[in-house]
Ligand binder design. Sequence first.
Ligand SMILES: [Zn+2]
Length: 405
Amino acid sequence: MSGPDFDAEHSFANLVRELTGFPLVGMTYSGGDGSWSARHWDRGTGLEVSATHCENVRVIGDRLQISWNDELRPAERATVSQRRSVSCWGAQVHGDLVRRKVLVVGAGSVGLDVAVRLAATGMAHVSVMDFDIVEFGNLDRLIGATRRDALTRRSKIEVAERLMRSAATAAEPEFAFYDLSVCEQGGLAVALDHDLVICCVDRPWARVILNQIAYADLVPVIDGGISVDVFDDGNGMRNATWRSHVLRPGRPCLVCNRQVNVSDVSLDIQGLLDDPTYIAGAGRERGGENVALLSVSATASLLAQFVSFNVAPGGIGEPGPLQYLLCTHTLEHLGHTTRDGCQYENAEAAGDRRQDLSGEHPAARAQRAIRACATESRIDRWLSRLAEVTHRLVEDRTARRNRPD
Ligand SMILES: [Zn+2]
């Protein structure tokens, strides 16, 4: 941006602040390479406004195009380990792809796999959010988690960190891990600080929060999941279905594409979907069942949407909502459209004026408490072992001193 343009924007910013009471976002477009830059003008402690430069500008359509401020988010250096990835889409696309800041919400069977594959591709800024701990019942689906993880009640994000760091090919990966629910204020704030979110949770409250920010805050979300349909007598599989879709302006939201039932959101907020008595009384199925043999297909479906949305192979971006039916091996393009008066899609770019659906999340708080106890007991065990070794050393030393010459 030239000096005179910057000065002109500065003068507008002062005027806008005086007239509206709001800060100004200044944006410039370069006709040469089609890139954008942006600045946020606001007052600090004094009366005069000053500019804070933006790290990037996202343009969201059937693909996600991003213009970068190289000083604030420097380009990533491709490593030798990424040579074959680079050969698939070229150095320029790869360099742009691995700079993107991606949040994976949920580190279960699908989310963990997604996060590890992003790390292996060379993505340098990947975050993972999950408040859950590893249990023995997870080990048939959580590839890479161990019996020891379950025994020590390790958190899923600790497992994700271990696997991602061992798979990472970025020169200096900046991974972040959040022991939060995206339904909590802190979790929501983290999600808003990313270029793209991949939703790998099946709970309606979390999904509807992400659904909201995809439109109100223009943070695109790739959502999906898998469900296994079992015969009523529990004896045999009827079908399995996995879906994937990008939530963004121009595509139907999760409610319009019938992925979330709004009445389930309030049940989830009240904790009733964790209450076996309520589930049995309401005649509901617990849902969320999955097997490792198929969760990889849900991962593949989400990551194929990710590649189409970020790389646009053949110049074609994301394909819209997809559904795969296992029993017939049929891939369907779903034709859902926006309902009249959809509150999520109508709140496009509302930002902080969106309805606040975040709140206390008792299950997340309880899991953190369990993990804190497990961590303490790990420290206790380590201190006991240290005390034992020290005691033995002192005993040996004393014995040597007292030994007759
Ligand atoms: Zn909608």
